[in-house]
Design a binder for this molecule. Structure first.
Ligand SMILES: [Zn+2]
Ligand SMILES: [Zn+2]
Length: 210
């Protein structure tokens, strides 16, 4: 029984390399994001609609905003047999959790992403003697793995810096208070007496009339 190695932590930079390894290993038909395309058949034009809810894999997102592992991900997919393989077109929706990059408030929002990918038949590739191409998604014994596709779509859709709202004022630099909760928040400017003389001097220089 071939073993599917799953990376536990995926760094977006190295994830392509990680998946290259996984693509060479047989897929686990019981994995929630592995689909069996045998029912679809290989006659070009043959189509199947698939709707399913799967538990989110680990690290679906970025460090500050992600779909919690095991949370439901709703998938609506269309599988279509084409000459070279199976074309998958679909959408996924899930709940995100994270925190605002400015005020650290918890963020909960929904994400919906769409994706499309051609999974090439592995036996066609082999008979044509084509070189193994890392950029191409392959079917393995009529199974396809949606996880890399889903992960890429989610990561690409996420903001680089998640915010609780577009104009979140962040935290007070002096005391750390959340400025959104307290818009009038301010501190009395306390000027060190040693600087006061200097301030006076600057004013004098700037305004020759004074
Ligand atoms: Zn915020
Ligand atoms: Zn403050």
């Amino acid at each position: 029984m071939p073993v599917l190695i799953r990376a536990t932590t995926i760094d977006p930079i190295c994830c392509a390399r990680t998946w290259k390894v996984i693509h060479l290993i047989d897929l686990d038909p019981r994995a929630p994001l592995v689909l069996d395309t045998r029912e679809l058949g290989r006659r070009p034009g043959s189509q199947r609609q698939v709707s399913l809810t799967v538990p989110a894999p680990a690290d679906l997102g970025i460090e500050v905003l992600s779909v919690p592992e095991g949370a439901p991900v709703e998938l609506d997919l269309r599988l279509e047999a084409v000459m070279e393989g199976v074309l998958v077109t679909g959408s996924a929706s899930a709940g995100l959790e994270g925190e605002c990059a400015r005020c650290l408030e918890q963020i909960r929002e929904k994400i919906e992403v769409t994706f499309q990918e051609l999974f090439v038949y592995d036996d066609i590739r082999d008979t044509e003697g084509a070189e193994e191409d890392d950029e191409v998604s392959m079917l393995r014994d009529d199974l396809l793995d949606l996880e890399p596709l889903l992960r890429d779509a989610v990561v690409l859709a996420l903001p680089f810096q998640p915010l609780c709202e577009d104009d979140c004022p962040g935290l007070c630099v002096e005391c750390g208070a959340r400025l959104k909760d307290d818009p009038d928040h301010h501190h009395e400017a306390e000027i060190d007496p040693r600087w006061q003389a200097l301030t006076k001097l600057t004013e004098d220089t700037q305004d020759p009339e004074a």
